[in-house]
Design a protein around this ligand. Structure first.
Ligand code: NZQ
Ligand code: ZN
Length: 389
């Protein structure tokens, strides 16, 4: 196990009756708020009205940034920064899914910088401080409610890049599983796949001695498989929505990978796909992951993949570990299909002629080979895209 520091200071307010604490939490940090949200789902579920009433009742001045797209664009952040500056705002409140939260993180970071917010995403500009952020989560998926990461798209250059800063960790996040009742089946499925992918990116590593982290990861994966299916079929099942929501937060907040060296392979490959045709992130991950695992399977990795097959997918112990591993990968693929997720990239609009360029861009944007579970260079990424077509 490698040395590590685990410090995740986000205060989580979890459950049905936590919105009552919103004003108190905001007022610890600011009193002039930029309220950020997406395309309107928070209005349809009545959350927008509740939040506005709380802000008004507590004399908290606010301005709005609406219309943040899935796969959020840096231009939305630039717009938010402008509104925040013009109105001397001192706190950002993100109400929505990962896209709204990620865009809000970029607004927090860009406020004291002169450049375009895209320069922060590419690392050309490195802000040292930013506005404080609070979130109200409405979709279980990214874990952005309790991590520093943010993933932003530049449509002109067809790039989708992750970045982070120490101050982008939310000060607080309100997690009410009931807000996720209205999440459509497609995004319930994609969110479940995303949580599972975060867990697997952390889980699949070799000989690191992090036994505890791996057992916790297996627990998260089993929870997602059990409750992802229930939430998909019975959207207003509180127990399912609650377990998914809490799993999403813990899959990526640094706990299960504490003591590990991880480099996320499937996310690096997926971000190219979303940047190319706006594919839903979780769909891309679910299509790529089984093919990535098949590509990784070798004498070196078979113990770990067969362990995963047995402990997570319930594959019976066999003498032939390769057989166990393959059975586990097939079961994983069937699970994603049971959530209505397409199995191939062709089904979501990709063609053979697209993928060579995507593999090249993937390695370029990653800054060289991906040193994950197995090391992947451009040729490997291309093979995995081909297997996924
Ligand atoms: O825009 P609105 O109207 O709110 O609708 C959204 C959007 O259409 C809808 N939605 C959200 N909550 C809802 C709801 N619809 C009905 N009822 C609700 N309660 O769902 C759609 C998708 O929302 P989005 O925020 O895009 O989804 P998600 O949370 O999956 O976020 C995806 C983005 O996060 C990035 C992804 O790459 C992608 O850009 N990621 C961020 C990470 C991080 N910050 O750590 C890590 C992840 O690996 C990921 O890359
Ligand atoms: Zn993800």
């Amino acid at each position: 196990m490698e040395d590590f520091i685990f410090e995740v200071g986000t205060k989580i307010l979890f459950g049905k009756d936590q919105l009552k604490n919103l004003a108190k939490e905001i007022l610890k940090y600011g009193d002039r708020v930029l309220l950020c949200y997406g395309g309107g789902s928070i209005k349809r579920i009545g959350l927008y009205d509740q939040v506005v009433k709380i802000l008004e009742d507590n004399n908290i001045f606010f301005k709005e940034l609406s219309g943040i797209d899935p796969n959020p664009r840096y231009e939305s952040a630039d717009e938010g920064i402008k509104i925040a500056r013009e109105n001397d705002l001192n706190f950002v409140l993100a109400v929505g899914g990962g896209s709204t939260i990620d865009c809000s993180k970029l607004i927090c970071a860009g406020i004291y910088e002169d450049s375009s917010s895209w320069d922060i995403v590419t690392g050309k500009v490195k802000p040292k401080k930013g506005l404080p952020l609070g979130t109200i989560l409405t979709l279980s998926a990214t874990g952005s409610e309790m991590d520093r990461g943010s993933v932003i798209t530049n449509q002109a250059t067809k790039q989708k890049l992750g970045w982070a800063a120490h101050f982008t960790l939310p000060k607080f996040s309100i997690l009410n599983p009931e807000y996720t009742y209205s999440v459509p089946k497609k995004h319930t499925a994609a969110g479940t796949a995303d949580i599972m992918s975060h867990t697997m990116e952390n889980y699949f590593s070799l000989n690191d001695g992090v036994y505890l982290g791996d057992r916790m990861a297996e627990g998260l994966l089993k929870t997602c498989m059990k409750y992802g299916k229930i939430a998909y079929e019975d959207p207003e099942n509180y127990e399912a929505r609650a377990n998914l929501m809490w799993s999403g937060t813990w899959a990526i907040n640094g706990l299960i990978d504490a003591g590990k060296k991880t480099e996320w392979s499937v996310h690096a490959m997926e971000h190219e796909l979303s940047a190319f045709n706006d594919l839903t992130h979780g769909y891309g991950l679910a299509i790529l992951t089984p093919n990535w695992l098949k590509y990784c399977l070798s004498e070196k990795t078979v113990d770990k993949i067969s362990e995963f097959a047995k402990n997570v997918l319930g594959v019976e112990e066999k003498e032939d570990k390769f057989e166990m591993a393959k059975e586990g990968i097939d079961k994983l693929s069937e699970f994603f299909a049971s959530l209505g997720i397409p199995k191939t990239l062709s089904e979501v609009g990709f063609k053979e002629e697209d993928i060579a360029g995507l593999a090249k861009a993937c390695i370029e944007n990653h800054g060289g080979p991906i040193k994950g579970f197995i090391e992947l260079d451009e040729k490997d990424v291309l093979e995995i895209y081909k297997l996924s077509l």
